[in-house]
Design a protein around this ligand. Structure first.
Ligand code: NAD
Length: 392
């Protein structure tokens, strides 16, 4: 008998839709699951999205006020998929109501928001998850296994980058991501957070950092109505000021002794969604790039001293891949990572197992972010303080 998990989704934009689609198709991909997801209520202030929630996604109802959705008696778990500034109030209400909560990253827009979310979750004892979805890529899981098994030897250097073009057009719309009060920090919260989460997942904690930030496009056209950050305005539109950083870079040292370099940008021209890493060890190296999600580049001194890098294609030989397509080198895509992640979270809810990444791991990410922000002010190296300790 499968346990029914009744879901509220707060915000039906890009991520709200991705998670809702996951809930719909998870039963077809994971027949051996212990639960059945039920899309009970969607909250969004935009009427067209509420209509879409019911008519296209099959929610039982849609409401304008997210507080009503969180408080509903027929909701067990809440998905927080609204803009960053709403994460913490939504989490506060969900934890107070004793509901399990899955929040999109980065949990608020500033480090203190994620720290407070963890404190609330710990006080209430609810289960938590956070949307660092790239950690669930089958080839990223394989990379982690290779690193942990010692196949690369001792890890000496890590290179992480998330270079996106979503803001590279100067006419790209001034959506919530560009405002301090709605997004918090810019690329540091939005996409460098993914790179840091991947790095800590693969090679462990970061112990000290120094970095810089820059805003390259200071004004953008104002949107009219609901708009995506991929939307573009016209030269005649009124403009407003970009309030947070377009670019951030960071040098770091890992607790295990390796060095690291990181870059994140939303305004470069060329890389369109290059969330990528390279891991170098004394016996080999590997690299992965979300733009080529089904390929892992691997160099092992012992196996192929003269062959250079070998391309390993994704396939059912790696975790979760076979839930989507059988065989090897048949591709999966971005939204499949969301489905894997949501399945793992729901399965943990149904069985009472621990789930990671949750709010604690989100605080590991913002602990690095806080040190980076401090280094902008001090213009020098900053130790990473484990902010989880402040929530006990
Ligand atoms: N894991 C990932 O790879 C990934 C990718 C994109 C976005 N995100 C995260 O997901 C979150 C949402 O980003 P997005 O790109 O989906 O944004 P979006 O702008 O596409 O969608 C936001 C939605 O929230 C709704 N909303 C606004 N105010 C609301 C309110 N008061 N109550 C309920 N809903 C409200 C909007 O109407 C919209 O439908 C962000 O925190 C972002 O960092 C994560």
């Amino acid at each position: 008998m499968k346990k029914q998990i009744r879901i509220a989704v707060l915000g039906l934009g890009w991520m709200g839709q991705a998670h809702s689609r996951s809930a719909r198709r998870i039963p077809t991909h994971f027949p051996d699951r212990s639960y059945d997801p039920r899309l009970v209520v969607c909250a969004d202030p935009v009427a067209q999205r509420r209509q879409q929630a019911v008519e296209d996604f099959g929610f039982e109802r849609a409401v304008e006020d997210w507080r009503e959705a969180v408080a509903a008696d027929d909701v067990d778990a809440v998905w927080v998929t609204a803009p960053n500034a709403l994460h913490l109030p939504m989490i506060e209400a969900a934890t107070a109501a004793g509901k399990a909560v899955f929040s999109e990253k980065p949990i608020g827009g500033k480090p203190e928001h994620a720290v407070e979310a963890l404190r609330l979750a710990r006080a209430s004892g609810v289960a938590t998850g956070v949307g660092y979805c790239y950690l669930w890529s089958p080839l990223v899981l394989h990379a982690r296994h290779l690193i942990a098994s010692g196949a690369l030897g001792e890890i000496t250097h890590y290179r992480g980058r998330f270079l996106s073009m979503y803001g590279s057009d100067p006419l790209g719309l001034l959506t919530w991501r560009f405002f301090l009060d709605q997004a918090g920090y810019g690329v540091t919260s939005d996409i460098l957070s993914h790179s840091v989460a991947l790095a800590q997942f693969l090679v462990g904690p970061v112990s000290e950092v120094v970095g810089m930030a820059n805003t390259t496009i200071p004004r953008r056209p104002l949107p009219t109505g609901a708009a995506s950050h991929y939307g573009v305005g016209s030269p005649e539109d009124p403009t407003g000021e970009v309030e947070n950083e377009d670019f951030a870079s960071m040098l770091c040292r890992f607790a295990g002794g390796a060095t690291g370099t990181f870059e994140a940008s939303r305004t470069v021209v060329g890389p369109e969604s290059q969330n990528a890493f390279e891991v170098y060890g004394t016996k080999g190296s590997l690299s992965w790039n979300h733009e080529r999600i089904n390929e892992l580049e691997l160099y092992l001194v012992t196996d192929s001293p003269n062959s250079g890098y070998t391309t390993v294609y994704g396939g059912e030989r790696f975790p979760y891949h076979g839930a989507f397509v059988p065989g090897q080198a048949n591709s999966i895509g971005f939204e499949d990572l969301i489905a894997i992640q949501d399945h793992a979270f729901l399965e943990a809810l149904a069985t009472g197992a621990d789930f990671s990444p949750g709010f604690a791991e989100a605080v590991d990410v913002v602990s690095v972010q806080q040190a980076l922000i401090d280094s902008w002010a001090s213009r020098g190296w900053q130790p990473v303080t484990d902010l989880k300790e402040t929530t006990r």
